[in-house]
Design a protein around this ligand. Structure first.
Ligand SMILES: Nc1ncnc2c1ncn2[C@@H]1O[C@H](COP(=O)(O)OP(=O)(O)OP(=O)(O)O)[C@@H](O)[C@H]1O
Length: 287
């Protein structure tokens, strides 16, 4: 699927309008309980409507599944949330702030990230180098050593902190022994672990996972799911697209079902899989 080259600048996003102190208090409570809220999201590509009024929210500390038949609009929704696409209309709120149309890096800096597949050129770099590429906004990227006293020390300090964090993440995902290997030589499952480890370099609050288990063998799948549950216990929130219904049933407490660009049903895994509309949407398939 092709992507637009990034959303609008952060400054272009509209501020959340709050009419009364009571509304502000309500909004703050909602934002605390549901860090991510999608309201009436639409996205069209020429004559094609990919997302058609999708609305849902993701509860704090949850592992929420986003499912739906092929072409339901899941990836486009992810791309709108993370700023890869600018929505045609609708609102996306993160922690109560309107982030609609913000650039991907601005959204990531706020603590909302998605895992990215290792791009074509990155297999030529080592696992550790891939990890070090992830964080943005370091001192050395914006300023010159010559004009700012002490900047070199600050940059060195930041690099050391990043390196330490990179090793911590590699150890957490049990791929530290692969640090010096080229990313291109990793197995599909190891690559998925690296993608997760890399996404977590920026210490995000909410992580969007797009089929994190695709092509992963059962042993690594278990390891990856264990890590996701551990991170969740430490306070992270996850929204994940997954085609494997067993994974959804066994791991998510809340499931959102998309169909033809909007939300068809949501609830516990048991509720959605026994919903006739959901079964019909999958054409009587194996939900
Ligand atoms: N860049 C694009 N240009 C044109 N049409 C697009 C684009 N991206 C998505 N679409 C169309 O929008 C619809 C929704 O696609 P999307 O990839 O979001 O669905 P999905 O639920 O993620 O599907 P899958 O499970 O197969 O990955 C599809 O009809 C798709 O062909």
């Amino acid at each position: 699927m092709s992507s637009e080259p990034g959303g609008a600048d952060a400054d272009d996003a509209t501020d959340t309008a709050v009419d009364t102190p009571a509304a502000a208090a309500e909004g703050a409570r909602d934002a605390a309980e549901h860090p991510l809220v999608v309201e009436g999201l639409h996205k069209t590509f020429g004559g094609i409507t990919a997302v058609d009024g999708a609305s849902f929210s993701v509860a704090e500390g949850s592992l929420t599944g986003l499912i739906g038949p092929n072409g339901a609009g899941k990836s486009t929704t992810f791309n709108c949330i993370t700023g890869v696409h600018t929505p045609t209309s609708g609102r996306i709120r993160f922690r109560g702030d309107d982030i609609t149309g913000m650039a991907p890096h601005a959204i990531a800096q706020r603590g909302l990230v998605r895992t990215f597949q290792i791009a074509r050129e990155l297999p030529e770099m080592t696992v550790l180098e891939n990890m070090m590429l992830a964080p943005k906004g370091q001192a050395g990227e914006r300023l010159s050593y010559a004009v700012v006293p002490g900047l070199r020390d600050r940059v060195v300090e930041q690099e050391e902190e990043l390196l330490e964090r990179a090793w911590q993440q590699l150890e957490f995902f049990e791929i530290d022994h692969l640090a010096e290997e080229y990313a291109g030589t990793l197995s599909g499952g190891q690559r998925k672990l690296l993608e997760m480890a890399r996404a977590l370099m920026t210490d995000p609050e909410v992580v969007l996972l797009d089929e994190p288990l695709a092509g992963v063998n059962p042993t690594l799948e278990e390891k990856l799911l264990d890590r996701i549950h551990e991170l969740r216990e430490m306070g992270n929130t996850f929204l994940f697209v997954e085609h494997d219904m067993d994974v959804i049933m066994n791991n998510c407490e809340h499931v959102i079902v998309m169909h033809q660009g909007s939300v068809l049903a949501e609830g516990t895994p048991e509720q959605v899989t026994s919903d006739e509309r959901v079964v019909e949407a999958y054409l009587g398939g194996d939900v």
